[in-house]
Ligand binder design. Structure first.
Ligand code: FAD
Length: 390
């Protein structure tokens, strides 16, 4: 419909834009939106301190809307805490000075039934290292406009693209590298969409709202930015559905039986959704990758590049952007792990093992992408109008 430049099948994927857009809007987004509010999915464990291996001067946040509100002590699920966890005064310091944003720096030991601690080869952070980790309530810290921009932000994006594919968009680039580029670009589009959908319109009045010019300029005007957003969404959706049996049986206990049953039910509704299974049963065909004769080396190389991208996230100079950057790159690394580290050429018969935090990152990433697709889909008529006047 309209003049939009993305129609037909999403590249490398098994479903078209129209189907993906309406499936998201009518079926998946309503489930995901509820799922990420549940206690299991709203607390993300993260090392927020700047631990930048590249530019030691970076990583400090001086912007008002940038700092992160961590968990309220009282609402923090019991099983997420250390069994002996007693909070000291230092543990409950609020970074923004608001009492409701107290920090809980207690950490989970191995008290999660069914959850393991294992390193993910696609990430830089050592997932088993609990030092300086903190829990963040994602619902209190929406990804939105923060004012983070300028040389620091540009430096990060440039490093991410440079790391992945120095010669892009050269035609010589192999298929696998193009896939990696599209994942990063799609994530970049999604971040821009969130900035546009929740923007500080008037700082004095503290008025927040939509910034459609920003959406048009950064995303809509560049058809590949929109296409890559759909691509990364279907890629992550494929990872989630591929791991369906594992995810269905996982432990979602937070000590609140009513909420935990709801979480389990929503997870099932998502994984075995009849509409999803009939409209788009295999959203991305990962079997086509790493088939060339240098497949295993290429996979190693790309894995290393992705680890470097994950390391770059530690250098993001705005705490809230760093939180969401780390979460979403962790989510992507989890999708890559599901799709490529299991049943891979080097790992025959290796069973899938995910950490709780990886699952939290994966579903929150899918929700963020789903929100972005919905916003772009909803704004389509307005974007087309702006295009005609451009
Ligand atoms: P940028 O978005 O910085 O883009 C830089 C260049 O990259 C563009 O000029 C273009 O050439 C290219 N580019 C842009 N989009 C794409 C795409 N989709 N695919 C391929 N190439 C592209 N700001 C916030 O307000 N809130 C946040 O939560 C937030 N999170 C961030 C998280 C990370 C990890 C990073 C690195 C930055 C984040 N920022 C956030 C900053 C934000 O992404 C922009 O960098 C900032 O708003 C300045 O935008 P810009 O117009 O200079 O273009």
């Amino acid at each position: 419909p309209g003049s939009r430049s993305y129609t037909g099948l999403v590249e490398d994927c098994c479903c078209d834009y129209e189907t993906a857009g309406s499936l998201n809007e009518q079926v998946l987004h309503p489930i995901l939106r509820e799922l990420v509010k549940t206690p299991f999915f709203r607390y993300f464990k993260v090392k927020l301190w700047c631990d930048c291996p590249f530019w030691p001067d970076d990583g400090m946040c001086h912007l008002r809307d940038c700092s992160v509100c961590e968990c309220q002590e009282s609402e923090f699920p019991e099983p997420f805490k250390k069994s002996s966890g007693v909070l000291s005064a230092d543990d409950v310091i609020c970074q923004e000075g608001k009492p409701q944003a107290a920090v809980d720096r207690t950490l989970d030991d191995k008290i999660f039934n069914g959850w393991i601690e294992i390193d993910n080869p696609w990430t830089y952070d050592d997932e088993t290292d609990n030092t300086a980790m903190t829990y963040v309530n994602l619902q209190l810290n929406p990804e939105r406009y923060t004012g983070y921009a300028g040389p620091s932000a540009q430096r990060i994006w440039a490093a991410v693209y440079q790391e992945n594919c120095p010669q892009y968009p050269s035609e010589d680039l192999c298929h696998e590298k193009k896939v990696m580029y599209k994942l990063i670009s799609g994530l970049h589009s999604s971040i821009s969409v969130h900035i546009a959908s929740d923007y500080l319109l008037d700082a004095f009045a503290n008025l927040w709202g939509q910034n459609l010019e920003l959406l048009y300029d950064r995303v809509w005007k560049h058809p590949d930015h929109v296409r890559n957003l759909y691509f990364v969404y279907l890629f992550v959706l494929r990872a989630v559905t591929k791991a369906a049996d594992y995810l269905e049986q996982a432990e979602y206990n937070t000590g609140n039986p009513i909420e935990d049953l709801k979480t389990q039910s929503l997870v099932r509704q998502l994984l075995y959704n009849p509409k999803l299974l009939s409209a788009c049963p295999v959203p991305f065909d990962e079997a086509k990758l790493w088939q060339g004769e240098n497949g295993p080396e290429l996979k190693q190389q790309i894995q290393q590049q992705f680890r470097n991208i994950s390391a770059v996230m530690n250098c993001v100079g705005c705490e809230k952007c760093r939180l969401w950057g780390k979460l979403q790159v962790n989510g992507l690394a989890t999708a890559l792990k599901i799709l490529f580290s299991v049943d891979g050429e080097n790992n025959q018969n290796q069973p899938l093992q995910l950490q709780r935090n990886e699952v939290i990152a994966l579903f929150n990433l899918l929700n963020r992408l789903s929100e972005s697709i919905k916003f772009v889909h909803d704004m389509e008529p307005l974007m087309e109008k702006m295009e005609r006047h451009d």
